[in-house]
Design a protein around this ligand. Structure first.
Ligand SMILES: Nc1ncnc2c1ncn2[C@@H]1O[C@H](COP(=O)(O)OP(=O)(O)OP(=O)(O)O)[C@@H](O)[C@H]1O
Length: 258
């Protein structure tokens, strides 16, 4: 699904967070958004999701203005899994299929997507007995249950330990290749952006400061010299030229959180 932001601005009172953003994302593209804390990344995603209204400009999905409304073809995933604790895993995933009129279909589809995130055997567990990584897998299954055309990811792996995070990146990439949705990922981790994205976009001063294509073959190897060079280049750009240039040891810890 093609997504276009046409001259999008967003202000909160007198504070302008985004100003005249123009962006086109092709169907099936994986785009990562990076930038310093508070630069407006989540605000941009919320505008695309229809959770917040633009001050100016349009969010256009397949030539149709979204008119600041929620669209069933768009799903969003957050840093916290936001599962209903009083519902079993299966029911939580079925919630992603709201609108489906057959219970049998909803159950079969939910079990199928749970299988694809490796959790079919946990379908009748409560969320509370799952690990943090497993809960995020359930959240991913719920987000993908109705096969959205556009998946918005607001730092969904940010709270996971390093190994689980790498596993989840692989899972996300596998599902993106299989399901062919368009993905828009906010991340503070430049390595994560370069592992997953076709394009990495930097937001700074309310505008797009950089839009860089990642043409490395997939799956991408962190140990690869081209990979490391690209991470270093992007990180240096995000940090600004007046900052210390990242070295091999500090770009491995490429968190941009303030
Ligand atoms: N509802 C709101 N009312 C007022 N100001 C807001 C609101 N939402 C966001 N802001 C402000 O907009 C700016 C951008 O916030 P946003 O959450 O989009 O940043 P971010 O880049 O996602 O930050 P982080 O990386 O820390 O999550 C911040 O200064 C924030 O305080």
């Amino acid at each position: 699904m093609e997504l276009t932001l046409a001259n999008v601005s967003k202000s909160f009172g007198t504070k302008t967070v985004l100003e005249g953003i123009n962006l086109n994302i092709q169907p099936g593209e994986f785009v990562a958004i990076v930038g310093r804390s508070g630069c407006g990344k989540s605000t941009m995603l919320r505008l695309v999701a229809g959770l917040d209204a633009t001050t100016n400009g349009q969010v256009i999905l397949n030539s149709q203005d979204l008119h600041n409304r929620i669209n069933p073809n768009i799903r969003m995933m957050f840093q916290d899994p936001r599962l209903l604790p009083w519902q079993r895993v299966l029911t939580n995933v079925e919630l992603g299929l709201l609108g489906s009129n057959s219970k049998v279909y909803a159950k079969q589809t939910a079990l199928q997507i749970l299988r694809s995130v490796g959790l079919e055997d946990r379908a009748y567990d409560w969320p509370a007995v799952l690990s943090g990584g497993q809960r995020q897998r359930v959240a991913l299954a719920r987000a993908l249950a109705n096969r959205p055309a556009l998946l918005l990811l607001d730092e969904p792996l940010g709270a996971l330990d390093a190994l689980t995070r790498i596993e989840m990146q692989q899972l996300l990439e596998d599902l993106w290749i299989k399901e062919q949705f368009t993905a828009l990922l906010i991340t503070h981790d430049v390595e994560e952006a370069v592992v997953l994205a076709d394009r990495v976009i930097l937001i700074e001063n309310g505008q797009i400061g950089m839009d860089i294509r990642v043409s490395l073959p997939r799956p991408r190897a962190r140990g690869d010299i081209q990979f490391a060079k690209l991470v270093e280049k992007i990180l240096a750009r995000v940090m600004g030229k007046t900052q210390l240039q990242p070295t091999e040891s500090n770009y491995a810890l490429s968190s941009l959180s303030a």
